[in-house]
Design a protein around this ligand. Structure first.
Ligand SMILES: [Zn+2]
Ligand SMILES: [Zn+2]
Length: 251
């Protein structure tokens, strides 16, 4: 079973709380996302095959929906020309290496009125405690709001031909899930308003039909819910995850 992301645990809970609270300050009017990719793996900016959906709308729409309580601009690059590549040849990356990579490749940083997120599309897998995490689709470094996507794992997800999801969709769903971690879901900095944190899969939602569920079963789950992946509609986060964000925006 493929797992949607894993939260790379931060060393300082205090610093993390400050970073998260910073995202929800009323003066923060802009949410900016930077996307960079390792040479050899182009981010899936094209529309999923068989649809005329605009590139990267699943991610941008769901980020916008999550920040719906306060008016904010959401900037997400949608064309390759807006992204830059970097050259690396390793096959696995530790959290420390991803941290260093984000620090060196990142161009967008926080300002008084904006908070930035950095997405790295990796042509490799996560390495943790000497193990290659060949089932981990993505990971989050919340202390710098960096999201890593592991393309070899994304490409290995076996899809049923009846599903409306494609590899392009899986990449974007992974981005949405990791973005949820980067803003503190579930109980990872943001208090859970109702009890919906999975007691076993820490910082994940108990709702199998929510994008913050820990497993790729969520892919089928959101499909079964009849949820639109993007555009108008409820979006991929369930009502309890959205409530946590709403509370943070209002307080
Ligand atoms: Zn996760
Ligand atoms: Zn949820």
């Amino acid at each position: 079973m493929k797992f949607f992301g894993m939260l790379v645990v931060v060393s300082s809970a205090c610093a993390q709380k400050e970073i998260l609270e910073g995202v929800f300050l009323p003066e923060v009017a802009h949410i900016q996302v930077e996307i960079d990719y390792q040479e050899g793996v182009l981010p899936y900016t094209r529309a999923p095959s068989g649809t005329d959906e605009a590139p990267l709308t699943i991610f941008s729409d769901n980020v916008a929906a999550l920040f719906s309580t306060l008016p904010r601009t959401i900037e997400v690059p949608v064309a390759l020309e807006e992204m830059t590549s970097f050259r690396l040849s390793q096959q696995t990356y530790t959290a420390e290496e991803l941290y260093a990579l984000s620090m060196s490749e990142r161009n967008l940083w926080d300002t008084a009125q904006s908070r930035s997120f950095h997405v790295l599309v990796m042509n490799g897998m996560l390495e943790r405690d000497g193990q290659v995490m060949d089932q981990t689709l993505g990971a989050t470094l919340p202390q710098i709001r960096t999201i890593a996507l592991f393309r070899p794992v994304i490409d290995s997800v076996i899809l049923n031909s009846s599903d409306e999801v494609t590899v392009e969709t899986v990449e974007q769903l992974t981005m949405v899930h990791e973005f949820g971690h980067a803003v503190g879901l579930v109980g990872a900095g943001l208090p859970a308003v109702t009890d919906h944190e999975d007691p076993v899969a820490t910082h994940h939602c108990t709702d199998v039909q929510c994008i913050m569920h820990h497993s790729a079963a969520a892919i089928a789950g959101v499909g079964n819910r009849g949820v639109q992946f993007s555009g108008e509609g409820l979006g991929l986060f369930d009502v309890r995850c959205r409530k946590d964000i709403e509370e943070a925006e209002l307080n």
